[in-house]
Design a protein around this ligand. Structure first.
Ligand SMILES: [Zn+2]
Length: 357
């Protein structure tokens, strides 16, 4: 694994050396990719976490799906490295910080609070049209109202117009909630009656009902995944034939998957689809989510944690959408996450066509 990372780093250096513009060269030389990783731990060590059987339902399968896709597609790791490199290069060019995101490593109380400003990336408001494919024995079980409410939740969550639920005393994070200026519009709902009782996580639902113009549209499949899994997404860079997000049907607003039925499984999975990692970095304290203003943690949090919840010597941002807490107890992306996800829409970015670039 280390060998691969080193060779990837060499590719970055070569790219730098070939650039004629001395100004850009100096900028590119500052892009530190030493923390880049793609493969993740297959299982979380939850021994130190307080969870009950109900809470253990909260499972996103995006990282396992990514591991599988990396094995199936040898070119994907390089593609994701390039996307990460360009993302950091874009942020740096716009005056943002690409420092590795491990704040809060101080005295154990999480006092360290990194404040990142939203960069002016020149990309403006980004509108994403959404196709929803409902695949169930009775596809009418998910109503048009639920689908529209799900779109509304995405818009509220990505633009901080939701009802925030700041835990008492969580002053560290009170100024970190961001407005991503990414908006979602329902472009079409398709219903397919299919007697399959579950679809698993091997993209079979996408093979049966392929995405429609995934270059310009977010495709969401709503079905029974099975295995207690709430959803999975494909990161930027993956195969367009499987691009999009799969959601457990009962996770949509008003569904039966309480406490995960307020529509925030979609918010979390669309976060992955837009290049966000889990807030704990999927690798204990040693790995990060590539975001500066999200504290390190050693694994997901569940339920509705009290504040402060301290792991890896810093206070966890348990209310971040990229954690695993109850839908009612998560309410924010950070400015750092905003800065990280928007560059994928820039010219040359993996979702540029979606923004008309
Ligand atoms: Zn996830």
């Amino acid at each position: 694994m280390k060998k691969i990372f080193l060779s990837m780093a060499a590719v970055g250096l070569l790219f730098t050396a070939c650039n004629d513009d001395s100004k850009e060269v100096s900028q590119e030389q500052q892009i530190d990719m030493s923390d880049f990783y793609v493969y993740t731990d297959s299982g979380e060590d939850l021994s130190s976490k307080s969870i009950n059987s109900k809470e253990s339902l909260k499972t996103c399968y995006s990282m396992e799906v990514l591991n599988r896709q990396l094995n199936e597609n040898p070119g994907l790791e390089k593609k994701m490295f390039d996307i990460e490199y360009k993302t950091r290069q874009f942020i740096a060019a716009k005056g943002g910080s690409t420092a590795k995101g491990k704040p809060g490593g101080g005295s154990g109380g999480g006092e360290a609070d990194v404040d990142v400003s939203p960069i002016n990336d020149g990309l403006g408001t980004i509108n994403i049209p959404v196709y929803v494919h409902i695949v169930l024995p009775n596809a009418n079980d998910v109503t048009n109202t639920q689908v529209q409410n799900q779109i509304n939740v995405l818009n509220d969550d990505f633009n901080s117009t939701n009802a925030n639920l700041l835990p008492s005393g969580a002053t560290n994070f009170v100024n970190d909630a961001t407005i991503t200026d990414i908006h979602f519009t329902l472009a079409g709902t398709f219903r397919y009656n299919n007697s399959a009782s579950s679809w698993g996580t091997n993209d079979s639902v996408k093979a049966a009902y392929p995405p429609i113009t995934p270059e310009t549209h977010l495709n969401i499949w709503v079905c029974n995944i099975g295995g207690g899994i709430l959803g999975y997404a494909q990161f930027p860079g993956g195969n367009s034939a499987t691009d999009g997000v799969v959601l457990l049907h009962s996770s949509l607003p008003g569904g039966s998957a309480a406490p995960y039925n307020l529509g925030r499984t979609a918010t979390h999975e669309v976060g992955h689809y837009l290049n966000l990692r889990h807030i704990w970095g999927d690798g204990r304290c040693r790995q990060d989510d590539f975001v500066e203003d999200t504290p390190s943690s050693d694994g997901p949090n569940y339920g509705c944690p009290s504040y402060p919840t301290v792991n890896c010597s810093s206070t966890d941002m348990t209310m971040n959408y990229m954690d695993y807490t109850d839908d009612a107890c998560m309410y924010m992306f950070t400015d750092g996450q905003r800065n990280r996800l928007r560059p994928i829409f820039a010219t040359g970015g993996p979702r540029a066509a979606m923004a008309g670039n």
